[in-house]
Design a protein around this ligand. Structure first.
Ligand code: B12
Length: 225
């Protein structure tokens, strides 16, 4: 990909267009990213995801409220639709099967959707269970030859359910065959270790490296705090 200020500017403009809730502008900038031959993956993490993260900070500081967050996510998806099509490629032979899902009680799926596209783009087949996924569905999906199960949670209240999924997989005798990786804004490497998960990643790019490490299909970043 082309390095330099120009792409940083475009990614920054994307982030700003997300936080200012402008779907048409986000779409236009996303098309510009592709026209200029920049990386759609970088545009997703450094532009779209960065914008949503900032929105999260504003929300926490009560500088904006749920309607604005929803409008920002709508703007985010206007770019996501364009960039994700360009990012995901279907390789002849996949590097393995990865299951992704958001725990029950949690409907935050923006981060998981970004992880999905990046993992697909890296050559893995992704089975997306969606959001608000009941525990038995994770176990059922893990019985179908998956190499990695990725669990997402955005709330401290739903995080403990990740541990329950790990326990259920153990009980069903599915580990260590299936490796478990966890993520989401409140999740840390320490939390991942405490619940007995095999890996953790703080963002979509790191998630790809971590999945490659767990499957022996790349170097990986290791489990970090
Ligand atoms: C957008 C948002 C919403 C949207 C969700 C839209 C959607 N479809 O996702 C709406 C408005 C619907 C919403 C609703 C609610 N929300 Co909300 N929401 C957010 C917000 C502002 C941003 C989340 C986000 O999209 N971030 C951007 C993405 C790109 O980042 P990310 O999710 O962290 O994902 C990255 C990494 O974490 C990682 N990752 C993510 N998943 C995975 C999985 C794996 C396996 C790996 C390896 C990595 C990985 O990679 C991603 C990409 O880089 C956060 C604030 C915050 N600080 O997170 C609050 C927040 C999560 N919400 C919160 C709450 C309380 C709620 C509500 C209960 C009500 C309310 N008062 O707003 C409801 C209902 C939630 C429910 N039952 O699930 C709280 C949670 C507090 C807590 N207990 O921990 C937060 C923290 C806000 C706050 N400070 O109070 N919300």
């Amino acid at each position: 990909m082309i390095e330099g200020m120009a792409d940083k500017d475009l990614f920054e403009q994307l982030a700003e267009a997300v936080t200012t809730m402008k779907p048409e502008l986000v779409a236009e900038l996303a098309r510009k990213v592709l026209e200029q031959g920049l990386s759609p993956q970088d545009a997703m993490t450094q532009g779209l995801a960065a914008g949503m993260r900032r929105m999260g900070e504003k929300f926490a500081a009560k500088e904006c409220f749920v309607p604005e967050v929803l409008l920002a996510s709508k703007a985010m998806y206007a770019g996501f639709d364009i960039l994700s099509k360009a990012a995901s490629y279907k390789p002849q032979a996949t590097k393995g099967k990865v299951i992704l899902g958001v725990v029950q009680g949690d409907i935050h799926d923006i981060g998981k959707n970004i992880v999905k596209v990046m993992v697909q783009a890296a050559g893995f087949e992704v089975i997306d269970l969606g959001r608000n996924v009941p525990l038995p569905e994770f176990v059922k999906a893990a019985q179908n030859g998956a190499a990695v199960l990725g669990i997402s949670s955005l709330m401290t209240t739903t995080m403990p359910r990740m541990g329950k999924v790990v326990e259920a997989l153990d009980k069903a005798g599915l580990r260590p065959g299936v490796k478990v990786i966890v993520g989401g804004a409140p999740v840390t490497a320490q939390f991942a270790r405490n619940i007995g998960a095999d890996g953790f990643a703080p963002d979509a790019h790191a998630a790809v490296l971590e999945i490659e490490r767990l499957t022996g299909r790349g170097e990986g970043l290791g489990t970090r705090d």
